[in-house]
Design a protein. Structure first.
Length: 689
């Protein structure tokens, strides 16, 4: 009965292999274990036994095993797989229920081993020969291997959980460090913002400082420019002093050679002195006679000095009468020579002739024009003036005529000499001259003559003091050319006339003059500050009037007589029409040209009104003289009136392209020359008055 039941169980196990596993683990799980009909060989059993050994620590159990027939046995059940991502049950770690089931299986195995142990010997032979029993053993070994694999997987899962826990702990630490790092970064950003604000404020502060330094730089640059101008003037003075030193050294060398000669003469003189001493001793007896003769000589000298004073007064009177006979307003005409750059011009020179070769008072202009009918027409215009200078006339020859008028300044008269003409006609060269001594202009020559006259008159008891002033009139604005450079066009100057006939300009520098060299330095300084610009008429055209005023005050220590004269040397701006100057396209040049033409027109109106007033004076009529129409005429009011002497030097260009401008200038000069403004009056006071 028992054997039949066992045989049936074995048969059931052979037909249903999952029953063995169910018996071992106490669970109803089916395993798809294929059955083999043929008995296994000894080699197959040994191979299966070796594959059922426990795996190593670092390896995983295989999911398949080899059956007795060499076919792989899958350890995966035929149960339908779950749709989740969880691992299969055979790979999950053992739970508490699994451990209990494992213990139950172990108990069942122990019981089966105890039951089967008594019968093992008797059945050993029969079982070895039974193929079903062999399959049963193989099935049981496979179940045991699967259980060992599950146990190992559970151990690995616990290790993985421990590693996950360690990783989670590390993650928490990293998150804590990340929060601390973010807090530190926030503090760092706040610090950067504060530093950026401080940097911006510092930048603004330094920008203000840079602006202030730039302003100071501009001021210093202006001062440096003035200092540089002064330095140039001092260098010119130093150059002149060096030249004087060189001349003195040459003179000293000459005197050294003369000294030897004088030494020889001294020896001879000493010998002669001894002889003369003897002669003196001889003539001492005649001393009383010589004393009488000396007294007579002194009395005669006093008489001659008194006679010389009377003769000087007569000379001045006659000199001024001669100047009055020549006319109070005199006009000289000067035609400049052709400069090298103009010789290549196609227009050529204008037809200008000088018929009067004896007195040099006539100038003739000829032009040839084409009429509307195509025929040529010649035009000949003749003008007569006090003096006409040809192109080859030198500066010395012109000043010989002007010097007689300059002499009147030391006699107490106001004298005005102004150069008139178009741009590029040679006005500035006539008044200021060139760099060499032979090309000096009227201004330095007149100053030198006044100083020489003062030295000559010192022997007659006259002492003269001189002071100079240099002004510029630009766009009807007065500028002080001897003041600071930064004051140009910004400092306002006003013209004042007192009852004594003295003219002053407010805030203008008036410098005492000690010699001609100082005047030359002042002229160079003023010339560097004049307003110049470029026009079509001239590349460097003076765009302003310059007025150099030299006041001379004299006092005679013998008679107590005083006199005060004033010399105005005026370099007028170029007279030109808008169409020929090209200034119409430039607003600044247009405004300058309009201001120049306005002042020149006002000068002509004043001269015409003075002539009309002189004619009306005999008829006891009053004529208004428009001095205030221009700053130029208002400044020269006391030098253009009845107590003054005026000379106009008209400068002309010899080129045919300037024929129209030259003709207009000659007509204006003819109008001035025909004007009589009355008798000049000297500003003098008698001694004791």
């Amino acid at each position: 009965m028992v054997g039949t039941k066992r045989q049936r169980d074995i048969d059931d196990i052979g037909e249903r292999p999952g029953k063995l596993v169910s018996t071992m683990y106490g669970a109803q799980e089916d395993f798809n274990i294929p059955l083999v009909d043929r008995p296994p060989s000894t080699t197959s059993v040994a191979t299966a036994s070796s594959k059922l050994r426990a795996p190593s620590r670092n390896s995983r159990a295989p999911l398949t095993s080899t059956a007795a027939n060499g076919q792989p046995i899958s350890h995966v059940t035929t149960r339908k797989k779950r749709s989740t991502s969880a691992p299969p049950k055979d790979l999950r770690p053992p739970t508490a229920t699994g451990i209990i089931k494992g213990q139950r299986t172990a108990d069942v195995e122990a019981a089966n081993a105890a039951v089967s142990k008594p019968n093992m010997r008797s059945r050993h032979k029969a079982e070895d020969d039974d193929p079903k029993w062999q399959r049963f053993e193989a099935q049981r070994n496979a179940g045991t291997s699967s259980h060992v694999s599950r146990t190992r997987v559970g151990t690995e899962m616990q290790e993985e959980r421990a590693r996950v826990t360690a990783l989670q702990s590390a993650q928490v630490n990293l998150e804590t460090q990340l929060r601390e790092t973010k807090n530190q970064e926030l503090l760092h950003r706040r610090g950067l913002l504060a530093a950026a604000d401080e940097l911006a404020e510092t930048k603004r502060m330094y920008e203000r400082k840079v602006q202030e330094l730039e302003n100071e730089k501009r001021v210093l640059e202006r001062k440096w420019k003035d200092a540089l101008d002064d330095c140039h003037l001092y260098q010119n003075d130093l150059k002149m002093e060096r030249e004087n030193n060189a001349a003195l050294k040459a003179s000293l060398a000459q005197q050294s050679s003369t000294h030897l000669t004088l030494q020889a003469h001294l020896d001879a003189s000493q010998r002669l002195a001894r002889t003369l001493q003897e002669e003196i001793e001889r003539r001492l007896g005649n001393a009383s006679d010589m004393q009488i003769q000396l007294e007579q000589t002194l009395k005669r000298n006093e008489f001659l000095e008194a006679e010389a004073i009377v003769n000087e007064q007569i000379r001045r009177k006659l000199h001024n009468q001669i100047q009055e006979l020549k006319g109070n307003i005199r006009v000289y005409v000067r035609v400049r020579p052709v400069v090298p750059g103009e010789k290549d011009e196609r227009s050529g020179q204008a037809a200008i002739t000088f018929p009067d070769q004896r007195d040099h008072k006539e100038i003739v202009l000829m032009s040839e024009t084409e009429s509307a009918m195509g025929s040529s027409r010649k035009e000949v215009v003749s003008f007569n003036f006090d003096k006409v200078f040809e192109p080859q006339t030198t500066q010395v020859e012109i000043f010989d005529e002007v010097s007689q008028l300059v002499q009147s300044v030391t006699d107490g008269y106001n004298v005005t000499i102004f150069a008139y003409g178009q741009t590029g006609s040679g006005k500035s060269f006539t008044m200021e001259g060139g760099s060499s001594g032979s090309t000096e202009g009227m201004i330095p020559r007149a100053v030198r003559q006044l100083f020489q006259t003062g030295d000559q008159m010192r022997s007659k008891g006259w002492e003269y003091t001189m002071e100079g002033q240099f002004l510029e009139i630009y766009n009807e604005t007065i500028n002080d050319l001897l003041g600071h450079g930064e004051d140009l066009d910004s400092k306002k100057h006003e013209i004042k006339h007192d009852k004594s006939g003295r003219t002053t300009v407010t805030d203008a520098v008036t410098m005492p003059l000690s010699g001609p060299s100082q005047v030359a330095s002042l002229l160079a300084r003023a010339q560097s500050r004049r307003s110049v610009a470029s026009t079509l008429m001239n590349q460097r055209s003076s765009r302003s009037h310059s007025v150099f005023t030299l006041r001379v005050s004299g006092f005679n220590v013998n008679t107590g007589e005083t006199c005060e004269g004033c010399l105005n040397l005026v370099d007028l701006a170029g007279s030109e029409r808008l169409s020929s100057s090209g200034a119409a396209n430039d607003k600044d040049r247009l405004r300058e040209t309009q201001a120049i033409n306005k002042s020149l027109s006002a000068l002509g109106d004043v001269i015409a009104s003075l002539g009309a007033a002189s004619d009306a004076g005999s008829n006891k009529q009053t004529v208004h003289i428009p001095y205030r129409n221009s700053k130029l005429t208002y400044l020269l009011q006391n030098s253009l009136g009845g107590n003054s002497k005026t000379l106009m030097i008209l400068n002309l260009s010899p080129m045919a392209a300037h024929y129209g401008e030259s003709l207009c200038s000659l007509r204006f000069a003819q109008k001035v020359n025909s004007t009589t403004i009355g008798k000049a009056v000297a500003k003098k006071t008698a001694g004791g008055a």
